[in-house]
Ligand binder design. Structure first.
Ligand code: TEU
Length: 570
C-alpha cells in the first residue's frame, strides 16, 4: 500500500569496500573503485547499498575501529569522493546506507585519548567504561581485571592502562574501547554525528552491535562455561537495561521528522524474536529491522563458532520459520545468508563442489528472497563466490581468526584442528576480493591485493556471469525483479510446509489484497527428491526456477539435486 515504507519491497547490497574494487593499485578497494562498478549493481537491480565503514581508522578490525566519525580514510579516498559516490548512487535511483559503529570507537579516536590521558578524574573520563582493578589484586596481573568477561576476539574484555591506573572495557579488540552510553554527552555527540551524515544526503544506517550499547552498570561477573577461561558477560550487555530507551531517544533526536524516509537496521547478536518485535514495532519508533544471529549460530559446536558441526535443515527451517511468525503482525525481518563476518553462503549452506555449486547457490537465493522481509546480498554472493583455500595460518588477516588461533594453540589445542575451524568459519572467507573477471587478481586490482584473490576466479567471475543468462548473477537479478513486480513477495503471509522434512524447504506466501499465492519448493540436498504438490497447485505457472521447467507440471514430480521452484496461482 502507498503508506508502506519503501524498504519493504527493497533489496540491500552490502559492500565491503576494502575488497570490492581498487582504482589506484594499492591493493585495497576504494570509493572510486565502487563508482566504477556501479553499473554492475544497477544491472543486478538492488535498491540500496550498505557501505561497511570507510571512516579514518587504524584498521585493527578493518575499519570497525573508527578514529574520526566525520571523515573518509585516505585509503578509500576523500569526502569529495564520497559525495561523488553518493550522487552517482542517487542518479541511478539507488540509496546509500552508512555503517554506524557506536558501541565503541578506536583507541586512537580523540574522545578516547582525551578520556585516557586526562586521568581518572579528567573531564572526558566518563565517555568510556573505566574501572579499578579487582579489590586485593595486583593491578595489571591476570585475574585482576574488574570482572571476568571475555572479549569477542579472545582474551579478557579489559585492558590495563598504566598511565591512569585503571582498566577500560573492550568487548571487541583492545583497540576498540566501549563508549559509555550512560553518559548523555556521549549520546548527544553520536546523534549530532548521525545528523551530519544525514545532512550530507545518506539514506540510513546499519548499526553495528547496537543491542550491546547498554551495560548493567554493576558489570557483574559472568558464568564461566566448562572449558573456558572467561565469564560470559552477555546477560549484562546483550539487550541491556536501557537499550530500548537509548534507541527510542536516537529515533527522536535523529530520525523523527526527517524529510526523507530512511532505512535503519540494527545488528543484534543474541537478540531473541521477542526482543526483535519490540525493537521493530513501528509504534515504538526504534529501528526498522534487526539482523538476527540465530540461523548463523546453528552450526556452532560446543566449542563455539570455530568448532563447527553439521547443520540440520530442520533446525534452519525451525529458526527462520519462528522469526517469520514472530514478526508477522508487528515488526519486520531482515534476511541474509552471508555478510563480511560469515563464511560464504554457498560453502556453508549449499555445496560448493563443481557438481552443485551453481544450482545450490541459486536454490539458497530462491529460498531466502521468497521469505517475508528485506533481503541483504553480500558482495560476491550474487556470483556464488565460495570460501577460500587457506593453506596455513599465515594466509589469514582477520584479528578474530588470528587471536583465536594464538590463544587456542597457546592453550594446547591441536593446531590442525584450529586451522580447520578457521577454514570453515573464518571471516576472511568473505573478505577475499570480488571476482570481476578471469584476469590476474580477478580485475580487483592491478597491484598486490591485501588478501589473495580466490584462484577459482577463473571459473567464477562477474564478466562471464553477465554474459550467461543462466548464471547465478542473472538468477539473483530475476529474484530481485520478482520482488519489485510481485506484491505477494513483499506482502504475502508466510506459511511453512513440511517442517520435519530433512531435504525439502517448502512454504507458501499468500497475499490477500491481490489474491495471489506463491508456493516455494526447494530441494536442499544432493539427491533427487519426489514431491507431491499440495491441492490445487497442479498446472500452475512457475515464474522462477533454477532449472528450466518445460510444460505443465503433474501433481507428483521429482526435484533434481538443489532444484528450486516458485509456483504462482491467483
Ligand atoms: O560484528 C559483531 C559480532 O557479534 C560478530 O559477528 C563478530 O564479528 C564476530 O564474528 C563474533 O564471533 C560487528 C561487525 O560486523 C564486525 O565486523 C566487527 O568486528 C564487530 O562488530 C566489532 O565492531
Amino acid at each position: 500500500t502507498a503508506s508502506e515504507p519503501w524498504w519493504k519491497s527493497a533489496v540491500v547490497y552490502q559492500i565491503y569496500p576494502r575488497s570490492f574494487a581498487d582504482s589506484d593499485a594499492d591493493g585495497i578497494g576504494d570509493l572510486q573503485g565502487i563508482i566504477e562498478r556501479l553499473d554492475h549493481l544497477s544491472r543486478l537491480g538492488v535498491d540500496v547499498l550498505w557501505l561497511s565503514p570507510v571512516y579514518p581508522s587504524p584498521h585493527d578490525d578493518n575499519g570497525y575501529d573508527i578514529s574520526d566519525y566525520c571523515g573518509i580514510d585516505p585509503l578509500y579516498g576523500t569526502l569529495e569522493d564520497f559525495d561523488r559516490l553518493l550522487a552517482a548512487v542517487h542518479e541511478r535511483g539507488m540509496k546509500l546506507v552508512m555503517d554506524l559503529v557506536v558501541n565503541h570507537t578506536s583507541d586512537e579516536h580523540p574522545w578516547f585519548t582525551a578520556s585516557r590521558d586526562g586521568g581518572a578524574d579528567g573531564p572526558m573520563r566518563d565517555w568510556y567504561v573505566w574501572r579499578p582493578a579487582r579489590a586485593g589484586m595486583e593491578p595489571g596481573t591476570p585475574g585482576a581485571e574488574p570482572n571476568n568477561w571475555g572479549s569477542f576476539f579472545s582474551g579478557p574484555a579489559w585492558e590495563w592502562d598504566e598511565g591512569s591506573g585503571e582498566y577500560y572495557l573492550h568487548l571487541f579488540s583492545r583497540k576498540q574501547p566501549d563508549l559509555n552510553w550512560e553518559n548523555p554527552k556521549v549520546r548527544q555527540a553520536v546523534y549530532a554525528m548521525m545528523r551530519w551524515w544525514l545532512d550530507r544526503g545518506v539514506d540510513g544506517f546499519r548499526m553495528d552491535v547496537v543491542n550491546l550499547i547498554s551495560k548493567d552498570p554493576a558489570l557483574p561477573d559472568g558464568h564461566v562455561p566448562e572449558g573456558s577461561r572467561y565469564g560470559d558477560g552477555s546477560p549484562y550487555y546483550v539487550c541491556g537495561p536501557r537499550v530500548h530507551e537509548f534507541l527510542a531517544e536516537m529515533h527522536r533526536e535523529v530520525f523523527a521528522g526527517h524529510p526523507r524516509r530512511l532505512l535503519t537496521v540494527g545488528e543484534m547478536p543474541g537478540v531473541t524474536v521477542d526482543e526483535a518485535r519490540l525493537f521493530t514495532d513501528p509504534a515504538r519508533a526504534e529501528v526498522d529491522m534487526v539482523f538476527t544471529f540465530e540461523h548463523v549460530g546453528l552450526d556452532h559446536g560446543p566449542g563455539g563458532k570455530f568448532d563447527p558441526r553439521p547443520l540440520r535443515l530442520t533446525d534452519l527451517k525451525a529458526s527462520l520459520g519462528r522469526w517469520q511468525t514472530g514478526l508477522a503482525e508487528v515488526g519486520w525481518n531482515s534476511l541474509y545468508w552471508s555478510n563480511h563476518d560469515q563464511p560464504r553462503a554457498v560453502s556453508r549452506f549449499g555445496d560448493d563442489g563443481p557438481a552443485h555449486r551453481d544450482r545450490s547457490a541459486k536454490a539458497l537465493a530462491t529460498v531466502l528472497h521468497l521469505h517475508r522481509g528485506t533481503p541483504y546480498v553480500y558482495q560476491g554472493e550474487e556470483l556464488g563466490m565460495t570460501n577460500a583455500p587457506f593453506a596455513s595460518v599465515d594466509d589469514f588477516r582477520d584479528i578474530e581468526s588470528l587471536n583465536h588461533h594464538a590463544h587456542a594453540v597457546a592453550d594446547g589445542a591441536d593446531p590442525e584442528r584450529v586451522l580447520a575451524g578457521l577454514r570453515a568459519m573464518g571471516r576472511d572467507n568473505a573478505r577475499t576480493p570480488v571476482q570481476w573477471d578471469a584476469s590476474p587478481h580477478a580485475g580487483f586490482t592491478t597491484g598486490t591485493p591485501w588478501i589473495p584473490v580466490n584462484p577459482n576466479h577463473l571459473e567464477i567471475n562477474a564478466e562471464d556471469q553477465l554474459a550467461d543468462p543462466d548464471s547465478v548473477f542473472h538468477h539473483y537479478r530475476r529474484l530481485i525483479d520478482l520482488r519489485h513486480t510481485e506484491p505477494a513477495v513483499t506482502h504475502g503471509d508466510f506459511h511453512m510446509l513440511h517442517p520435519d522434512h530433512e531435504q525439502l524447504y517448502a512454504f507458501t506466501r499468500h497475499d490477500t489484497a491481490s489474491g495471489t499465492e506463491l508456493l516455494v519448493l526447494a530441494n536442499i540436498s544432493g539427491a533427487d527428491l519426489t514431491v507431491d504438490l499440495p491441492d490445487g497447485w497442479e498446472g500452475t505457472e512457475v515464474p522462477i526456477a533454477n532449472v528450466p521447467v518445460t510444460g505443465p507440471l503433474a501433481r507428483r514430480y521429482t526435484l533434481s539435486p538443489w532444484e528450486a521452484r516458485v509456483h504462482r496461482r491467483r
